[in-house]
Ligand binder design. Structure first.
Ligand code: AMP
Ligand code: ZN
Ligand code: ZN
Length: 427
């Protein structure tokens, strides 16, 4: 009896979280065990292949992905939100919200409320949940007491509404794809109670190679694609062997387009420290007039200098599917013409020095088809051999909610009606 008391005492002392959770009757976050209802739900693996352009599979026919598509559903292309950049679009996929509504409006942007520049290279900001609006799918799942896991995804490293995925890693592009795949399969072999129902995976290979060699470099793109295809083949086989009801959704955040080095525009050429500040995303530059400087003055100044780029008032900028209202966009936008791109002088010089004649970029208006990504899916929830027209990435979130049996939160920008024909149930 005495020994039992000591053991109980040690247990309570070393488990303050569990103890307070029991006392308040609340489940702690992240969920470490599935509730009874969640344990009965299917599984979903969300795979992002950064920068995977809509036409790569047709052009190169990678064997494992091609077979995956034949047995599942495929959209003609996945249409990103503007700007077609990595962070805004991954977080749109995760939340079903346009960048305007989730807050990550660029890879770099000025935040008026916090008076700081958000940058994806700034670890503290990437991990600061207060930048991230909406309810990402893993947070929604957690609230339903469902275990979640992530081997990388934009937003997964931040505590959003106080919640991170149950199992998660800090982003490190050097982790081999094989390690990510093996971990995903390991998660699925955990006991049912602690087995995640949502797993996110992220692979940057096609973005890396697309930037470096340009999407028209057939040899390099094909080589990268076939390597990645092998990793995916391993995952598909591993999932088949498990004999669990696993759905797999493969998405990309945007496509890629070729730009010649001679078509790079030096961002410095439009700088004017006394009139405005620029937030440069290469394909979209947000212009923030300085205090006391009128919008008209800045507009006229930049408009006169248009040369392979155009200047718009933010509300008239092509590419947005809504009227942008957030102050964080700035009041004017500078957009390079397609085939042109902004870069620092230093960036341009380094390309010239290294004899790089062309390379790949993205971020342009999603109406430009080179910017379109992919959506392929397979599993018990999906029809087989179904092809849909191009779809917008805002609609993926309600589809994931439906597959995981989670109620779709309101308001969001996505609409399940746009994708439900892909589901076997049709609803
Ligand atoms: P970009 O092509 O500039 O839109 O951004 C792509 C880059 O984003 C990739 O090469 C990754 O290095 C980076 N990236 C992707 N996910 C993360 C993450 N979770 N944290 C930090 N950087 C990331
Ligand atoms: Zn990307
Ligand atoms: Zn990229």
């Amino acid at each position: 009896m005495y020994t039992r008391k000591i053991i109980l005492g040690i247990f309570l002392m070393t488990s303050p979280i569990l103890f307070s959770a029991c006392r308040t009757g609340k489940q702690t976050s992240p969920a470490t065990t599935n509730s009874k209802a969640s344990a009965d739900k299917p599984y979903l693996i969300l795979i992002s292949l950064d920068g995977f352009r809509w036409d790569y599979v047709n052009q190169y026919k990678p064997p494992f992905l091609s077979e995956f598509i034949r047995n599942g559903v495929q959209a003609e292309s996945l249409i990103p939100a503007f700007p077609s950049k990595t962070f805004p679009n991954h977080y749109t996929i995760a939340t079903g919200l346009y960048p305007e509504n989730h807050g990550i409006i660029g890879n770099t942007f000025y935040d008026y409320q916090k008076e700081v520049v958000y940058k994806i290279s700034n670890r503290a900001m990437v991990e600061d949940g207060s930048f991230y609006g909406g309810t990402p799918i893993w947070v929604l799942a957690d609230k339903a007491k469902m275990v979640t896991a992530s081997y990388f995804f934009v937003g997964s490293e931040a505590k959003i509404q106080g919640i991170k995925p149950t199992y998660t890693y800090t982003y490190d592009g050097n982790v081999k794809n094989e390690v990510r795949v093996a971990q995903a399969l390991k998660w699925l072999t955990l006991p049912q109670k602690s087995r995640p129902h949502l797993i996110t995976l992220y692979f940057s290979d096609m973005d890396d190679f697309g930037h470096r060699f340009g999407p028209d470099n057939e040899k390099e793109i094909k080589a990268a694609l076939f390597e990645l295809d092998k990793n995916l083949g391993e995952l598909f086989q591993g999932v088949r062997d498990l004999k669990l009801p696993v759905n797999i959704m493969i998405v990309s955040d945007h496509g890629m387009s070729t730009v010649k080095t001679e078509h790079l525009i030096a961002s410095e050429s439009i700088q004017n420290e006394s009139l405005y500040t620029l937030m440069d995303n290469g394909s979209l530059i947000n212009v923030h007039p300085k205090d006391g400087i009128s919008l008209d003055t800045v507009f006229t100044y930049l408009k006169k200098r248009e040369n392979h780029f155009k200047v718009y008032r933010t509300e008239n900028t092509p590419g947005f599917e809504y009227t942008p209202m957030s102050k964080n966009w700035g009041s004017l936008q500078v957009l390079p013409d397609i085939g042109y791109y902004f870069s620092s002088k230093q960036g341009i010089d380094s390309k010239i020095r290294n004899g790089i004649g062309e390379f790949g970029v993205h971020g342009y208006d999603p109406n430009f088809k080179d910017m379109h990504g992919i959506f392929y899916a397979q599993g018990p929830a999906f029809k087989q051999g179904y092809i849909s027209p191009s779809v917008k990435n805002i609609h993926l979130y309600p589809l994931m909610c439906r597959i995981l049996g989670l109620s779709i939160p309101k308001p969001i920008d996505g609409n399940l009606n746009e994708l439900k024909d892909m589901l076997k149930s049709g609803k």
